[in-house]
Design a protein around this ligand. Structure first.
Ligand SMILES: Nc1ncnc2c1ncn2[C@@H]1O[C@H](C[S@+](CC[C@H]([NH3+])C(=O)[O-])CC(=O)[O-])[C@@H](O)[C@H]1O
Ligand SMILES: O=C(O)C(=O)Cc1ccccc1
Length: 236
């Protein structure tokens, strides 16, 4: 279903409710530049680091598109776990899993409070940005602590530039991307207002410094377009 959520005056701040879940896959494809390419990269690196008998968590799995794509190309016996606290998102996810006879385990939970078992791969695409900054690093530290040695943390985020003029140009370029995807100026402005203080992006450097402070030995930016980036962090 096409995303038309913001073509009317907003009545509340952005939240992952039924209205968003119903149009979510369309919203992601049309609101995240090179979303499918970034997810393909996520899959490539996740599969490369997922061993026989391993475990992968997808935090903020939404409708499980990324997990299903990983499962399709999984050639080892490994557990795939998706976590999301939006019931409406998981309802959509369960429908997809049933169609594909998937073995993915879905958990309706808050990623801040979930009790993670030992894992080899954590992925969290476009989700940390919705976690309040004062507690964001606490979550990343818990993921590091739950990762086995040799494990990886793959994450994608909207990012900002330290340079004000550059940041404005990045935002302008992003809004031109959205217009090219068929969103009106009005929809773009309404969504921007809804996301104010809900989606809080860091700079590319702040993201890398955060995971380094949590103990990751190496963090690489594996993809970036304007104000969207994908990172991989390695636990030695
Ligand atoms: N505290 C939380 N606990 C659990 N889930 C949460 C929390 N906060 C937000 N979420 C969930 O995180 C997801 C963020 S969307 C991720 C897209 C997906 N990763 C994708 O690769 O397509 C990105 C976006 O909408 O821009 C939503 O499903 C929220 O319900
Ligand atoms: O930052 C924005 O303007 C977005 O639209 C990002 C986004 C994409 C998909 C869901 C929520 C926010």
């Amino acid at each position: 279903m096409e995303d038309k959520v913001f073509n009317k005056p907003i009545e509340k701040q952005f939240e992952f409710d039924e209205q968003i879940a119903a149009v979510f896959d369309d919203m992601l494809k049309r609101s995240v530049p090179f979303y499918e390419e970034a997810m393909a990269l996520t899959k490539r690196f996740a599969l490369a680091y997922l061993p026989e008998g391993g475990r992968l968590y997808d935090l903020g799995c939404s409708t499980a598109s990324t997990l299903l794509s990983i499962e399709r190309d999984l050639h080892v016996g490994a557990e795939l776990v998706g976590i999301d606290n939006a019931a409406s998102m998981l309802e959509q996810a369960r429908r997809k899993l049933a169609v594909f006879g998937s073995k993915i385990r879905l958990e309706e939970a808050d990623i801040m409070r979930f009790d993670y078992e030992a894992a080899d791969v954590f992925i969290t695409n476009y989700t940390l940005q919705f976690i309040r900054p004062p507690v964001r690093e606490t979550l990343v530290q818990r993921l590091f602590d739950a990762l086995n040695p040799g494990g990886v943390f793959i994450f994608s985020e909207k990012v900002v530039s330290e340079d004000k003029r550059l940041n404005k140009l990045l935002i302008d370029g992003y809004y031109d991307f959205k217009k090219a995807q068929g969103y009106s100026e009005y929809e773009i402005m309404q969504k921007r207002e809804a996301l104010e203080n809900v989606l809080i992006p860091y700079t590319e450097a702040e993201n890398r410094e955060m995971v380094t402070r949590c103990g990751f030995a190496h963090c690489e930016t594996i993809f970036r377009w304007g104000n969207f980036a994908t990172f991989i962090a390695l636990k030695k």
